[in-house]
Write a protein that binds this ligand. Sequence first.
Ligand SMILES: [Zn+2]
Length: 237
Amino acid sequence: MQENIKLLIELQEADSAIIRKKAVIDSLPAKLLSVENLFKETLSLYEKEKQKCELLEKKKKDKERAIEDINEKINKTKAHASNIKTNKEYQAHLKEIETIEKERYAIEDEILSAMEAIEAAAKEVKAEELKMKAEKDKVEAFRKEVEKETAEAEKELEELKVRRMAIADKVDSDVYGIYMALLEKCNGLAVVEARDEICQGCNMNIPPQMFVELKKNIETIQCQQCDRILYWKESGE
Ligand SMILES: [Zn+2]
């Protein structure tokens, strides 16, 4: 096989390897992001449960403050008892205290149910917290893995670039110019095999006379349809 064609095949292999490696590197941040987004959902569930619990706590505190107000009210009412002159006034006084105490019992019941709700909510918070922490550890481990993978891929990419440059240096400059223009135009695939008389770049049938020329592997021949540089590989070569 003619040296230029051999070099072009090697160059294409090197460029294809570089393109694949770049695609791997480019895909890694999105992978990490999707794992991070899953974690955000878990985190928001945990925060929602925590907020629910805090709201219940606040409700309980408000009720406890209401009890304090009522106790004060009872004390004030009782303090007025010394001013009572008649039995009628005394009955009214007792009635008033009874009404206030009833109110207090009702609020005490509300505090009890708030406490039960808080207990249940706290259990939920704990469960969600455990889930969230486990997910967080997983995300951290995945991030480290992605960072390692990226660093390795970048190192490999640099090595591929060095190897590619060594090949490119040997290619005739005119041929190299054509190759680079094709690489740009043909989505990173400039040199393709003409297998079974078909261009492996665009699947066009290669005219018989052209195939005969190709088989000689002397000059660089381009596909009539996609312009890619064609080569013919003897089986087993
Ligand atoms: Zn073609």
